[in-house]
Design a protein around this ligand. Structure first.
Ligand SMILES: NC(=O)c1ccc[n+]([C@@H]2O[C@H](COP(=O)([O-])OP(=O)(O)OC[C@H]3O[C@@H](n4cnc5c(N)ncnc54)[C@H](OP(=O)(O)O)[C@@H]3O)[C@@H](O)[C@H]2O)c1
Length: 281
């Protein structure tokens, strides 16, 4: 009920809203009576998602629309945000879910890999925030939620590109929370573990064996569960939002006993079966 009251008749912009966690959140906010604008690159996936999300809307006057945008393109992001604000009169909620994952050994990863992950996960998030903020500041209201990961708080073997981009985004989110509070704008950081989305399916099997040895016991949650907790806790005004118990406990324990956590993780990594040698040409 609180959730519905909080989101009803709001204008929500969701990056990555055509898939996974972003799409689940788009359904959730539509069900709560919000107008939902989803942003991603692939126009076909966007159109298909809009058709689906429309079925979740409560009222006929809710706008459910999509915009083909690459979040790494700051100018396009700014133009689309201006178009949404002009057509809908406000931007009340911004969810940054667009993102990509990657794993690999530091010794194999290239400088371009770090730039690519930072461009999408960090700068993509910064671009939408910078584009939406002038409207939120003028309104003296708004809510920005960034979809983070356990790896926003706790980095493990194999995730140097992804964790760096997620740590950077967590740092930005923390500062935003403090600076935007006096301006009436709420900020949330959503911490999720593995979620059963296309990103998970496409990247999980590429993890180095040591990473897999550490993470194989991890639970996998449904993106609807992330969306359910995120929307409920956003409506309650929470800053840190943990999608499930595992997402909360792992970073907590690693901060409480960093030495012990490292010893356990190093041991788990050392038990990994080595990757097969590369095929000879
Ligand atoms: N799945 C997990 O296990 C997990 C766990 C913790 C946190 N997360 C985080 O949750 C967020 C969503 O992940 P997901 O698992 O839901 O992934 P997903 O199903 O692959 O969805 C990613 C979405 O982002 C869009 N996107 C990707 N690159 C983009 C770009 N450059 N510009 C605009 N849109 C872009 C994709 O659409 P297009 O490709 O059409 O652009 C898609 O809509 C990410 O930030 C991820 O880091 C995921």
């Amino acid at each position: 009920m609180k959730e519905e009251k909080y989101f009803s008749r709001k204008v929500a912009v969701i990056t990555g809203g055509s898939s996974g966690i972003g799409k689940s959140l788009a359904h959730r906010l539509a069900r709560n009576g919000a107008s939902v604008m989803i942003l991603a690159r692939d126009p076909e996936k966007l159109q298909a998602a809009v058709a689906e999300i429309r079925l979740s809307a409560r009222r006929g006057d809710q706008a459910i629309e999509c915009f083909s945008v690459d979040v790494t393109d700051a100018v396009r992001v700014r133009d689309v945000m201006a178009e949404i604000a002009a057509r809908r009169q406000s931007i009340d909620v911004l969810v940054n879910s667009a993102g990509m994952s990657q794993s690999g050994y530091v010794t194999d990863l290239k400088l371009e890999d770090y730039h690519r992950l930072m461009d999408v996960n960090f700068f993509g998030t910064l671009h939408t925030i910078q584009a939406a903020l002038p409207y939120m500041v003028r309104q003296r209201s708004g809510h920005i939620a960034n979809i983070g990961s356990v790896l926003s708080l706790f980095a493990t073997f194999g995730f140097s590109t992804y964790a760096s981009s997620k740590y950077a985004t967590a740092g930005l989110t923390e500062v935003l929370r403090a600076e935007l509070k006096p301006r009436g704008i709420r900020v949330s950081l959503v911490i999720a573990g593995y979620a059963d989305t296309p990103m998970y399916t496409q990247t999980r099997h590429l993890e180095p064996p040591e990473t897999y040895a550490i993470t194989r016991g991890s639970g996998i949650i449904h993106p609807d569960q992330v969306a359910e907790v995120a929307a409920r806790k956003m409506a309650e005004g929470d800053y840190m939002i943990y999608a499930n118990f595992e997402a909360r406990i792992l970073p907590f324990l690693s901060r409480l006993w960093p030495g012990l956590a490292n010893r356990i993780l190093d041991f788990m990594a050392s038990r990994a079966k080595p990757a097969p040698p590369p095929e000879k040409e």
